[in-house]
Design a protein around this ligand. Structure first.
Ligand code: HEC
Length: 235
């Protein structure tokens, strides 16, 4: 039976491994294993039992509350005491808060960055004109370093990309003059994202009834540089 080991997953604070036994294209058995040995138990040997409350939470930077809770329970078991009902409630509230915070931490700090990688497309192009959070400033901050150096090349890029067949810098040809486009969007915070999308995908209706055909041959970085040049006044 072929065995498939998936891992290590390193976004779970410590490594995690999943072992799958596969037969006839179906998973017959699945095991989850955490192979990262930290040895905190060894640190505690020979120490005062209450030191566990100081050491155990430091096993993990994400789930320190549940680690200290486990240590507290172990100590309570040793001492053969149990907390009063309000003590249990307080413990559960603290655990619940950590659980909620963990969801945010894992999603935004651990997994979210992967969704923002290049393989998921250019973030700047995912900024849409409508929606609760436009994120235009973040998009500009992300792309600025790469495109800043290219900005002066806008005038050359529109020639090499074939845009000047339909656009003059100062005069309308088939499409509007780049200076006119720049003037129209000068105060629009989302202009770069919107117009890069329009260059790549084409569109109609903003300037008249003649459509602008899609320009998929233009590289993302070049489209960004061109649009920045246009919005900056096409000079
Ligand atoms: C075949 C002709 C043609 C070519 C080639 C062309 N455009 Fe256009 N473009 C147009 C037309 C027509 C419009 C007006 C579309 C409209 O009304 O929405 C336009 C509009 C635009 C706009 C304004 C969009 C808006 O929503 O206001 C930008 C920016 C633009 N073009 C950039 C470019 C760039 C950059 C290139 C080269 C990569 C390019 N165009 C190539 C015809 C063209």
């Amino acid at each position: 039976m072929p065995r498939l080991v998936v891992g290590p997953f390193n976004r779970v604070e410590g490594d995690l491994e999943v072992t799958l036994d596969v037969a006839d294209g179906q998973v017959r058995e699945a095991r989850v294993n955490s192979p990262l040995y930290r040895g905190f138990e060894q640190l505690l040997v020979g120490r005062d039992p209450f030191d566990a409350l100081v050491f155990a939470p430091r096993i993990c930077g994400i789930c320190s509350v549940s680690q200290s809770h486990a240590a507290a329970r172990a100590l309570a078991q040793l001492a053969e005491v149990s907390p009063p009902p309000n003590g249990c409630l307080a413990q559960n509230l603290a655990l619940g808060c950590e659980n909620m915070a963990d969801h945010l931490t894992h999603f935004y700090l651990f997994f979210m960055p992967d969704f923002a990688r290049d393989s998921h497309g250019n973030l700047a192009e995912q900024v849409r004109p409508v929606g609760p959070v436009a994120g235009a400033k973040a998009a500009v901050a992300t792309v600025a370093p790469a495109t800043a150096a290219k900005a002066p090349e806008g005038a050359d890029l529109v020639k090499s990309a074939g845009c000047t067949a339909c656009h003059g810098v100062t005069n309308k040809v088939v499409g509007p003059a780049f200076r006119d486009i720049g003037a129209k969007y000068a105060k629009d915070a989302n202009a770069v994202a919107t117009l890069v999308g329009k260059v790549k995908q084409g569109g109609v209706g903003a300037w008249g009834q003649i459509p602008m055909p899609p320009q998929p041959q233009v590289k993302d970085a070049d489209a960004q540089a061109i649009v920045r040049w246009i919005v900056g006044g096409a000079k």
